[in-house]
Design a protein around this ligand. Sequence first.
Ligand code: C2E
Ligand code: C2E
Length: 309
Amino acid sequence: KEQPEPLSRDDVTHYLADKIVLEGAPPLSKQWVLFADNEQVFSRAQQASAATVIFSLTHTEEINSLAKRVHSLRRSRGNGLKIVIREMKTSLRYSDERLLLACGVNAIVPSTAPMSRFLTTLEGLQGLQFSRHVPGNLDALISALQPLQQKGYLRLDAFCLAVSQLMSNTLLPENDKGLLVALRPVPELKTEQILTLCKPRRYGDLVTTLDDRVYLFLSSCRFNDLDTALTFIFSLPHDQLFANRVLWFEDHQILAEVGKIKNVVPDSLREMPLLMESTTVEKITTGATRMPLRRIPQPVSLNLEGKRR
Ligand code: C2E
Ligand code: C2E
């Protein structure tokens, strides 16, 4: 069996690739070296300086190990390498792409791109130098780019806190962290009924209610994908559930809205007697009780100025 030529620093025209990225085709020229898997590509690329290094991505479970390999190559072998990932069957989430790019990938070729488009992408990278900064601490990078470890219903204050914290993460791209949407149910439906139809699936997708509105925060979801996400999250068509919606997608808009709603006293509390045990108030604010609220007569005393205490 012919041994591939040893790589020198002058490897700028070389391609080191997992063989499955060529879909069964033989090496396209003498410049191409194919390997049985990503691990072998990685170990050979540790001696490369300016070659094009191509990994495959077949299952989403491979994302973290691929992120480690890319990060290690970029940090140790420098900015001359052209590192490419070709999605094979799977479709990466936008948040996964962001992680891989932050680790030092030059390009991710989607599974929908045919071979010809893949090869043109490789061509387009020739002569280019990677120029973004890649932070040294991979664990910190991965944990900063993970979605929030919460999903589903949160009471209003916890919802506002979680969204504000996410907005302050400077490793996430500005104005591209997710969508905040306020949905007003059609008159026939109450927010409590809407909650039973709302099943957020991804970590980082949060929901809360305020008076007659349902607020959703959709992590790493882009403006154009709102309808797709809502279709998955609600078990009935969302245009039949909601009379209108308001959407915020820029960081400052989201922060302003969250800052506004976190101080709003829900209508349900405004109707309550002014003096009430704090535990009862908390239960109502949290929505932890779904029991009809019973109004309890409360003693009221007046001070000398005639104000209620
Ligand atoms: P898709 O299912 O057509 O979703 C398109 C985009 O809608 C997603 O892009 C995302 O921005 C948004 N989206 C859809 N569902 C949700 C959701 O439940 N929560 C949030 N926050 N956003 C949602 P994204 O993330 O780049 O994903 C791209 C494609 O990758 C998806 O297209 C889907 O084909 C695939 N994918 C991503 N995650 C999964 C998964 O957990 N399971 C499966 N089977 N496919 C997935
Ligand atoms: P998860 O993030 O909790 O998502 C749970 C389920 O929600 C997924 O099960 C899938 O049925 C659905 N789902 C979430 N987002 C999308 C989306 O954008 N499009 C579509 N079509 N469906 C979506 P599934 O597919 O069996 O995945 C199970 C778990 O595997 C996921 O749990 C997640 O932890 C992981 N996973 C699957 N695909 C991806 C991916 O593209 N990226 C990442 N980071 N994780 C993924």
